[in-house]
Design a binder for this molecule. Structure first.
Ligand SMILES: Nc1ncnc2c1ncn2[C@@H]1O[C@H](COP(=O)(O)OP(=O)(O)O)[C@@H](O)[C@H]1O
Ligand SMILES: [Mg+2]
Length: 272
């Protein structure tokens, strides 16, 4: 096999992929919450929505009616200007389509669009570029892993045992001999339900110990457990992602996650 020369985005220190076994586990919510938490912590952050078939970033940041990103000429090249919310530079394929428009593309087209969004967005200087990927293991993941220098990946899951087969496939892809990446850790979302008005109560709706089991089995750190509650669901639907931190438990979970990612030794091992 010929080795493909990987692209290192020159002004981006670390790209982190957010991966999950299946959809609906809160991958986009976690990716956006992590980006926001890193930005609040003083890092320069970008968030790329690489979920070409189901982009969520425009909704999460209330940018569905924002129109297309503008472009600028830089060093003789036309670059897309990302939207900026709360200091986060945002780019999504969703900015180029109406919400109801289905995206029906073949593999090569998808990978070309992804590469363009990465290469032709004017990210300026970033400490972290968080990439929200589609569920599962497909062309998007393979293109990212084969063709770009990625610092590491986080795997988002829920506590149910049912989710395990899919997550294990995603971990298998990340640990692949040829295109594998450091797995920074597992994030368990919807670990328990704690209503915002009764923050000390915990209801384990989906069972317990799923992510802990994965963490032990694959020797991957469990980075955080994010509770489920009505504040997250409401804020995200209304495009007010920033409001998720109004709930003390959610804020604490994201702070823990951010601290662990920032101080994570695994991602420095491979990146010069
Ligand atoms: N911890 C949580 N508590 C409550 N609702 C959540 C939580 N995490 C995600 N959600 C909701 O679950 C739905 C799916 O989340 P999303 O991030 O779109 O998942 P994915 O990107 O994995 O498909 C969204 O409506 C989101 O608001
Ligand atoms: Mg999503």
């Amino acid at each position: 096999m010929t080795q493909i020369q990987k692209t290192k985005l020159s002004n981006v220190k670390k790209i982190i992929m957010v991966v999950s076994g299946k959809g609906g586990v809160g991958k986009s919510t976690v990716a956006a919450g992590l980006a926001l938490s890193l930005a609040r912590d003083g890092h320069s952050v970008g968030l790329l929505d690489a979920d070409i078939f189901g982009p969520s970033i425009p909704t999460l940041f209330n940018l569905n009616d924002s129109g297309r990103p503008e472009s600028v000429e830089k060093n003789g090249k036309t670059m897309l200007v990302p939207f900026n919310r709360f200091g986060i530079k945002l780019m999504s394929i969703g900015f180029f389509f109406e919400q109801s428009q289905p995206v029906v593309w073949r593999g090569p087209m998808v990978t070309n669009v992804l590469k363009q969004l990465l290469n032709d967005t004017d990210w300026e200087e970033l400490d972290y570029l968080i990439v929200d990927t589609p569920p599962g293991t497909g062309d998007i993941h393979i293109t990212l892993m084969q063709e770009f220098v990625i610092a590491g990946a986080v795997v988002v899951t829920t506590p149910q045992k049912m989710a395990h087969d899919d997550v294990q496939r995603a971990i298998g892809m990340l640990q692949d001999d040829k295109i594998g990446l450091p797995i920074i850790g597992v994030i368990e979302n919807m670990s328990w339900f704690s209503p915002t008005i009764h923050p000390d109560e915990k209801y384990f709706l989906f069972g317990k110990g799923g992510a802990e089991f994965l963490s032990k089995t694959f020797d991957i750190p469990l980075l955080a457990q994010i509770p489920m509650n009505e504040t997250i669901a409401e804020s995200c639907d209304k495009g007010k992602l920033q409001d998720i931190f109004a709930d003390a438990n959610i804020e604490k979970a994201f702070t823990t996650l951010t601290e662990k990612i920032v101080s994570q030794p695994r991602i420095f091992k491979y990146i010069k």
